[in-house]
Design a protein around this ligand. Structure first.
Ligand SMILES: Cc1c2[nH]c(c1CCC(=O)O)Cc1[nH]c(c(CCC(=O)O)c1C)Cc1[nH]c(c(CCC(=O)O)c1C)Cc1[nH]c(c(CCC(=O)O)c1C)C2
Length: 377
C-alpha cells in the first residue's frame, strides 16, 4: 500500500444511524444503541463457514475477508438470513494480538485452543528480540485498509469501531505465551522486574497510539481499548502498570488528532473485572467506560458521577435464558443505567455456543424497552 493511501480524504458515505456516537457523547437519543463484543463471531453459522479451514491471522491480514466478516452481521448487504440484527455499531474484524506481531513476535491461532506464542518473552533480556522502532503503517497497514474498505461498504448505515488491546493485556500474552488463568508469569515480571515491565508497557503504548491514530485516519469512527486482564491485578498494581498507560493512550491520541486537524472520535475503555478502578477510569480522558457484569448499573453511575457514558453490561450467560427472561433482564438493566449516556452491550463477548436468536432477542429488547422509557419521559 502507498503510504499516502493512509491519509487521503476518503469521501465516506454519510452516516445515517449516529445513535451510538450520540450516546457516547452523552447526547439525546431516540433509543439506546446496542452492539455486542464478538458480534461477528463463531456463534454465527455463516461466520464459521467463512472462517472454515482458514488460518486466523491470514484472515486478519486480508482486508476483503475482514470486511466481509464485519458486514455479515452489520448490514443487509447480503440476502436474508445473512443480515442478522439491527446493531447500532459495527466493530472491525481483527484481533488484539496483531500488535505483538507488529513488534516482531510470532503468534499462531491454534483452533480450539486460542492464541499461542511459540517463543514468549521469558526474561527482560528477551525485550531485545522486539523491534525497537515499529513502522506501524508497514506492519499494520492491512488493518487500516480493512477499515477503509469496510467503512465504504457499510454505506453509512452504522458507525465503525476500531480497537486495540491495552498495554498490560498485551504484555501478559507476550509473556504467558497464550491464555492463562493466573497470569503468574506476567505478574512475576511486575513484582520482580518492574523497570523492564514499564519499558515494555511504554513500548507497547507508543505503538498503540500510532495504531489507533492510523485507524481513525483510515475511517474508524470510535475506538475501544480492551484491558481484558484487569481482573488479575489488584488496585495498587492497576494504578502502577495499567491506568497510566490507558490514560496516556487516550490523551496522546486526542492530542495528535487535534494536531492533525482531525475530528475527535469517542474512545471507550473496557477494563474487564476492573470494578475497583471505576472512579479512576472515569477520569482518564475516555468518553465511555465499558463494564463487565459484576458491576451494578446504578452504583456504576454513582461512582462515575456523570463524567462519562457507560457501556455494558449484561452477563453473556444470560443469553442462555428464554427470550422472555432476556427481555426482563434487559429492562432492569436499561432502567438501572437510564437512557442517557448509555450504550447497551454484554459484559464480555458472545460465546461460540450461544444461539443467534438470543442475541437477536437481546438487541430487540434494548430497542423496545429504551423506546418505551424515552416515550414516557
Ligand atoms: C472471532 C475471534 C476473534 N479473535 C479470536 C476469535 C475466535 C477464533 C476464530 O474465529 O477462529 C481468537 C482469540 N483472540 C483472543 C482470544 C482469547 C484467548 C485467551 O486469553 O484465552 C481468542 C480465543 C485474544 C483477544 N482478542 C480480543 C480480545 C479482547 C476482548 C476479550 O477480552 O475477549 C482478546 C483477549 C479482541 C477481539 N478478537 C476478535 C475481535 C473481533 C471483533 C468482534 O468483537 O466482533 C475482537 C474485538 C476476533
Amino acid at each position: 500500500m502507498e503510504k499516502n493511501d493512509l491519509i487521503v480524504p476518503k469521501d465516506f458515505p454519510e452516516l445515517k444511524n449516529d445513535t451510538f456516537l450520540r450516546a457516547a457523547r452523552g447526547e439525546e437519543v431516540e433509543h439506546v444503541p446496542v452492539w455486542c463484543m464478538r458480534q461477528a463471531g463463531r456463534y454465527l453459522p455463516e461466520f464459521r463457514e467463512s472462517r472454515a479451514g482458514k488460518d486466523f491471522f491470514e484472515t486478519c491480514r486480508s482486508p476483503e475477508a475482514c470486511c466481509e466478516l464485519t458486514l455479515q452481521v452489520s448490514i443487509d448487504l447480503f440476502p436474508q438470513p445473512l443480515r442478522r440484527f439491527p446493531f447500532d455499531a459495527s466493530i472491525i474484524f481483527s484481533d488484539i494480538l496483531v500488535v505483538p506481531q507488529a513488534l516482531g513476535m510470532d503468534v499462531q491461532m491454534s483452533p480450539g485452543k486460542g492464541p499461542v506464542f511459540p517463543e514468549p518473552l521469558k526474561e527482560p533480556d528477551d525485550l531485545q528480540r522486539l523491534r525497537p522502532k515499529v513502522d506501524v503503517d508497514a506492519e499494520l497497514g492491512y488493518v487500516f485498509k480493512a477499515i477503509t474498505l469496510t467503512r465504504h461498504k457499510l454505506e453509512g448505515k452504522v458507525p465503525l469501531i476500531g480497537f486495540t488491546g491495552a498495554p498490560w493485556t498485551l504484555m501478559s500474552y507476550m509473556i504467558e505465551g497464550g491464555g492463562s488463568t493466573t497470569h503468574s508469569k506476567a505478574k512475576r515480571w511486575l513484582y520482580r522486574h518492574p523497570e523492564a515491565s514499564h519499558k515494555l508497557l511504554r513500548q507497547l503504548t507508543d505503538v498503540i497510539v500510532e495504531y489507533l491514530l492510523g485507524q481513525v485516519k483510515a475511517g474508524a469512527q470510535a475506538l475501544q481499548v480492551f484491558e481484558s486482564h484487569t481482573g488479575c491485578l489488584g488496585p495498587a498494581e492497576f494504578k502502577e502498570f495499567s491506568l497510566p498507560y490507558l490514560r496516556d493512550i487516550a490523551r496522546r491520541v486526542k492530542d495528535k488528532l487535534k494536531d492533525s486537524g482531525l475530528d475527535n472520535v469517542p474512545m471507550i475503555v473496557f477494563a474487564k473485572d476492573g470494578h475497583y478502578g471505576l472512579e479512576e477510569l472515569s477520569q482518564s480522558h475516555y468518553e465511555v467506560v465499558g463494564l463487565d457484569w459484576t458491576v451494578d448499573p446504578r452504583s456504576a453511575r454513582e461512582r462515575t458521577g456523570g463524567r462519562v457514558s457507560l457501556q455494558g453490561n449484561m452477563d453473556p450467560c444470560a443469553l442462555y435464558a428464554t427470550k422472555e427472561r432476556i427481555s426482563e433482564i434487559v429492562k432492569t438493566m436499561v432502567e438501572g443505567f437510564g437512557t442517557r449516556g448509555y450504550i447497551a452491550n454484554l459484559g464480555h463477548g458472545v460465546y461460540p455456543d450461544m444461539d443467534p436468536e438470543s442475541v437477536g432477542a437481546f438487541v430487540e429488547a434494548v430497542h423496545t424497552h429504551s423506546r418505551q422509557l424515552l416515550n414516557r419521559n
